[in-house]
Design a binder for this molecule. Structure first.
Ligand code: DSN
Length: 420
């Protein structure tokens, strides 16, 4: 299969740019990717991303466009919508958001007015920037109130209820960026009902597990569900908005276009359709089962080795590792692990004493390496290697340990090739 030329060196004129792409390909092939929000798309998704639909303007929605010549992109968008609705078991899907952030902004635009109160999980507690964090529109244009987790690392539902009653938000957002446990969507619905708020569930991280039944779906509880398409769902980078209410769906459509976005990226929508089709297949269920088993294996082994995991474990593809007892900050851990070929990200832990630029933790996830075929045995090994690096940092013999670990990582990557 040809990838719009980019894997075929002889067809490339822009050598400088091609070099960065090849280097990135080699990096992905030779590192253990543990960033919880990343994955490796199939060759079919990759090919669909580089298709002629990128040439087409199609403002509007299928059969209601502002441009001529849209019949074939209509087909692609309708396919994406139908597959998304089947996958998530819902009636309406907007597949146009360029990203999760655009999806969330569109939803706030649809449901609230500037100055309204919104209630979302605090960024430092595991929430997402777009759920009311101060540097974003969601934090600047709305009166954003936060909830967090209790000392066990579990969402403090009593605090959510108390804050909701006190601040009377128009929108409550549940969902997170670094929360590994099952979110109690029913409880959130009850809280939203108690104060007459809309409930929005952002399932960006959990989508692939939700569509396969390994994480509870919010579809029956939330007024609107948003997601990215690229994390556990393993599609192209992008966003989607789902709902079961026709009036809400109309508001969402108007909010996405013309409210927040202009022309949809039809090539990305085509690739979303491919990815949704893949996620509907039985193999994807097997994949998601392995993602979860691997995540538990990784977290359990890290716990056995004496590391702390926020909330004590995981119900999803990710875990947040509290490094406090190793006396190494997240920023250093991220850099040291990258040097030996393990990619992860520094992450705040709840009640962190360090700022987000330093952090007391790292976040690890299994979605990407499970795609490459790694199983629990290999994730146990990865936990051992992580521990080896972090526990020997700046101790005698550290440089030689690093060398050995690096060699083991390269071996592991070779055994589970990517796009070979
Ligand atoms: N930045 C993503 C993550 O890493 O979780 C969320 O958008």
């Amino acid at each position: 299969m040809k990838f719009a030329g980019y894997f075929a060196n002889d067809t490339i004129k822009d050598k400088e740019l091609f070099e960065s792409i090849t280097n990135e390909l080699h990096r992905q092939q030779n590192q253990i990717e543990l960033i919880a929000s990343e994955n490796f798309v199939s060759l079919e998704v990759l090919a669909a991303l580089g298709n002629v639909m990128t040439n087409k303007y199609a403002e509007g929605y299928p059969h209601k466009r502002y441009y001529g010549g849209c019949s074939f992109v209509d087909q692609a968008e309708e396919l994406a919508i139908t597959r998304a609705c089947k996958l998530f078991d819902c009636k309406f899907a907007n597949v146009q958001p360029h990203s999760g952030a655009q999806a969330n902004l569109s939803v706030l635009y649809a449901l609230a007015k500037p100055g309204d109160t919104i209630l979302g999980m605090g960024l430092a507690m595991g929430g997402h920037l777009t759920h009311g964090s101060s540097p974003t529109i969601s934090g600047k244009w709305f009166n954003a109130v936060n909830y967090g987790v209790n000392s066990d690392g579990i969402i403090d539902y009593n605090q959510v209820l108390k804050s909701a009653k006190e601040h009377r938000p128009s929108v409550i957002i549940c969902g997170a960026s670094s929360y590994s446990r099952q979110i109690d969507f029913r409880r959130f619905r009850e809280i939203a009902d108690a104060v007459g708020a809309y409930l929005v569930a952002d399932i960006a991280h959990y989508a692939g597990l939700i569509v396969t039944g390994f994480y509870e779906s919010p579809m029956e509880f939330a007024d609107i569900v948003t997601s990215t398409t690229h994390k556990t769902l393993r599609g192209p980078r992008g966003g989607i908005i789902l709902s079961n209410d026709e009036n809400i769906a109309k508001k969402v459509d108007n909010a996405v276009f013309p409210g927040v976005q202009g022309g949809p990226q039809m090539h990305t929508i085509a690739a979303k359709a491919v990815a949704f089709g893949e996620a509907l297949r039985p193999e994807f269920k097997e994949y998601a089962r392995n993602v979860l088993a691997n995540s538990r294996a990784l977290a359990d082994r890290l716990l056995e080795l004496g590391l702390c995991i926020v909330s004590g474990g995981t119900d999803s593809h990710m875990a947040v590792v509290d490094l406090t007892n190793l006396s190494i900050m997240g920023k250093i851990a991220e850099a040291e692990l990258e040097e030996v070929g393990i990619t992860c990200n520094k992450n705040t832990i709840p009640f962190d004493k360090l700022p987000p630029t330093q952090t007391s933790g790292i976040r690890v996830g299994t979605a990407a390496m499970t795609t490459r075929g790694l199983k629990a045995q290999e994730f146990n090994k990865i936990a051992d290697l992580i521990y080896k690096i972090l526990s020997h940092y700046e101790k005698s013999g550290y440089e030689s340990i690093k060398k050995d670990v690096k060699a083991e990582i390269i071996d592991l990557c070779k055994k589970f090739p990517l796009y070979s």
